[in-house]
Design a protein around this ligand. Structure first.
Ligand code: OFO
Length: 169
């Protein structure tokens, strides 16, 4: 049985995932303003992923007979010094999400809440993937430096990214 405290943390994470979608939408807008449609597409996919994560928490709370409360979202950061800075901020944000998921897992484990432990495992794996994806783009941007042709090539590559919601979870 899920405790009140754990429900509260799951609800907080639901809202945090929506706030993440909001932040990535601001990042998408920044890329649009830089005339980088491929980078913009990267963040469009991030927005879809975060909404999907939020709805997974939303549905899980309801399935376990909890009550979802939707809270307000603060204005996200809208300006960034460069694409490299933008991706470093993205990595910082994903690392923060990872810490939050770990915290949830710690509480669920302390409470021996096995259904929630099983539910959270998917997010643990997902965070490894998310951090790796962003780290790889950071490495590429560091190599690119001030080379506009190389940046254009990476933009073309990121334009291919798509969001496919998993069917098995
Ligand atoms: Fe990008 O991560 Fe949600 O959980």
């Amino acid at each position: 049985m899920i405790s009140e405290g754990l429900f509260k943390e799951l609800n907080s994470q639901t809202n945090y995932e929506f706030a993440s979608a909001h932040l990535y939408l601001a990042m998408q807008a920044y890329c649009e303003a830089q005339d980088l449609p491929g980078f913009s597409n990267f963040f469009k996919v991030q927005v879809e992923e975060e909404k999907f994560h939020a709805m997974r928490f939303f549905n899980y709370i309801n399935q376990m007979n909890g009550r979802v409360i939707i809270t307000s979202i603060n204005e996200p950061q809208n300006e960034f010094g460069s694409m490299l800075e933008l991706f470093k901020e993205t990595l910082k944000h994903e690392q923060e999400i990872t810490q939050r998921i770990y915290n949830l897992m710690n509480i669920a484990t302390e409470e021996r809440e096995h259904a929630t432990i099983s539910f959270l495992k998917w997010f643990i794996d997902e965070q490894v993937e998310e951090e790796t994806t962003v780290t790889n783009v950071i490495k590429r941007l560091e190599r690119i430096g001030d080379d506009p042709a190389a940046l254009y090539m990476l933009d073309q590559e990121l334009a291919q990214r798509t969001f496919t919601p998993p069917t098995t979870v």
